[in-house]
Write a protein that binds this ligand. Structure first.
Ligand code: 6PG
Length: 500
């Protein structure tokens, strides 16, 4: 089945789910002649219906789809991350000619993108991975896009992607991110931040509903008001809409009928996994991932609620004043969530040589994507002002905002902890902040313990070297009690000489 436009399509999309279809329609709206391929004839029929009168063609046969494209061909895949991407590439390659471009626009793991880029380039084709954010609406009317890898190939595609991207202050929300899998890495961290922000909003819902005993209409009003102020964001915007959406044929919210078990496709977990590999803490994001997992243990939660009693009741607070503190607490935790994501990007940029420009990334996240918010303007300013900024919290303007908001965070976290209301994301954010501003942490004790039970060594204040001590009383002879310096840093090194 096919529907053909007047001129030869200059761009092809493989995978015509809502995202793929909407991106094609967006391109067609901007005057590009495009084609789509999907095995599913129903999706081609939908493309034909939605794209009626536009320069869009649809195909259920891959070879016909590919052979009809302008050369050099540009083909983008929007298929589920994982082995399907590999099988699509394998099917596609014999149909392409050297110099053609393959783009992976899905949420692929960045290590898969590294591997595929090498293999596809070795076969004579161009390949780049590109994160695409914004959901269905973004794809249709302007997403934020994060292309990385083959720069030459991106330059060929740049006019198309700039035309269809969301625009903020006349600037397209797309830019070349960096070499290798930089685009997919940045998209993954975007999603990690997304998980963190969503967890914070869900916790806010718990405070308003359980802690303050507010009904859905009043909760919706809070989110509406917040979204009109400095907290303005896409996620709050859709949240306020959710608080106005009735279950069809009823007079109650659809939200109240939805199971409290959160699912995920893995990008948040990948962010935490990579952050741990890079030894770069992102505890608010980790917490958000863990809490989605915890939510799935519904039966166990019910059992424990029965055994220990319900977790929380109303907070003993004055609602008006507390709402002000809650707004501060949310603002503070939101800043911390972005700060963790940005620091992870900065670390990955160094460790993986991604050459990331954090100001540019903040800039293209200001529109089109799921984590777009007013605060991204502040992040952009911070990294624009100091490109090598080691941490967002070091920025002077951010410092001021954080100092103003942190008392609210303390008040909310303290009240919730006392009442037994779970606010893990808020708490993780506050603890992260308080720990990061601790010049001397209690980690010296951890080092002592490690050395005690495993001779894992420790370092000393004001003295070069790595040391080991025999801590146990049964070896009390004088020589063994000596602190000894070991040759190299690392676990289980043999002491080489007594340290007098
Ligand atoms: C976006 C989103 C999108 C992601 C969904 C679902 O930027 O448009 O991040 O890419 O797939 O948010 O993610 P989970 O199923 O893991 O929640």
């Amino acid at each position: 089945m096919s529907v053909t436009p007047a001129s030869k399509p200059s761009f092809g999309m493989i995978g015509l789910g809502t995202m793929g279809r909407n991106l094609l329609l967006n391109m067609a709206d901007h005057g590009f002649s495009v084609a789509g391929y999907d095995k599913d004839a129903a999706k081609i029929a939908l493309l034909a219906k939605e794209g009626a009168g536009k320069p869009v063609a649809g195909f259920t046969d891959l070879a016909t789809f590919v052979s009809g494209l302008q050369t050099p061909r540009a083909v983008m895949m929007l298929v589920p991350a994982g082995p399907i991407v590999d099988s699509v590439i394998a099917e596609l390659q014999p149909l392409l000619a050297p110099g053609d471009i393959i783009i992976d626009g899905g949420n692929s793991h960045f290590t898969d993108t590294e591997r595929r880029a090498k293999a596809v380039e070795a076969a004579g084709f161009h390949f780049f991975g590109m994160g695409v954010s914004g959901g269905e609406e973004g794809a249709r009317f302007g997403p934020s896009m994060m292309p990385g890898g083959d720069k030459e190939a991106y330059r060929v595609m740049q006019p198309l992607f700039e035309a269809i991207a969301a625009q903020v202050e006349g600037q397209p929300c797309v830019t070349y991110i960096g070499p290798g899998a930089a685009g997919h890495f940045v998209k993954m961290v975007h999603n990690g931040i997304e998980y963190g922000l969503m967890q914070l909003i869900a916790e806010t819902y718990a405070v308003l509903k359980t802690g303050l005993g507010m009904d859905n209409a009043a909760i919706g009003q809070v989110f509406t008001q917040w979204n009109e102020g400095r907290l303005q964001s896409f996620l709050l915007d859709i949240t306020k809409d959710i608080f106005g959406f009735m279950a069809p044929g009823t007079n109650h919210l659809l939200l109240d009928d939805i199971k409290d078990e959160a699912r995920s496709k893995g990008t948040g977990k990948w962010t935490s996994q990579v952050a741990m590999d890079l030894e770069l803490p992102v505890p608010t994001i980790d917490t958000a991932v863990a809490l989605r997992d915890l939510s799935k243990y519904k039966a166990l939660r019910e059992q424990l609620a029965g055994l220990y009693g319900p977790a929380a009741g109303k907070l003993p607070v004055e609602r008006g004043a507390f709402l002000g503190q809650l707004e501060q607490a949310f603002y503070f935790s939101m800043v911390i969530t972005y700060a963790q994501g940005m620091q992870l990007l900065s670390k990955a940029s160094t460790d993986f040589s991604y050459e990331l420009n954090l100001a540019d990334i903040a800039k293209i996240w200001r529109g089109g994507c799921i984590i777009r918010s007013g605060f991204l303007g502040e992040i952009f300013n911070a990294y624009q002002h100091t490109p090598g900024l080691a941490h967002l919290l070091l920025d002077e303007q951010v410092q001021q905002l954080v100092n103003e908001a942190v008392p609210g965070s303390r008040a909310v976290v303290a009240a919730a902890a006392t009442a037994g209301l779970a606010l893990p994301g808020y708490m993780a954010s506050l603890s992260y902040f308080d720990t990061f501003r601790t010049a001397r942490m209690p980690s010296n004790l951890i080092q002592a313990q490690r050395d005690y039970f495993g001779a894992h060594t420790y370092e000393l204040i004001g003295k070069e070297g790595v040391f080991h001590t025999q801590w146990t009383p049964e070896h009390e002879d004088a020589a063994n009690k000596q602190q000894v310096q070991v040759q190299e840093h690392g676990a289980d090194k043999e002491p080489v000489k007594p340290n007098s």
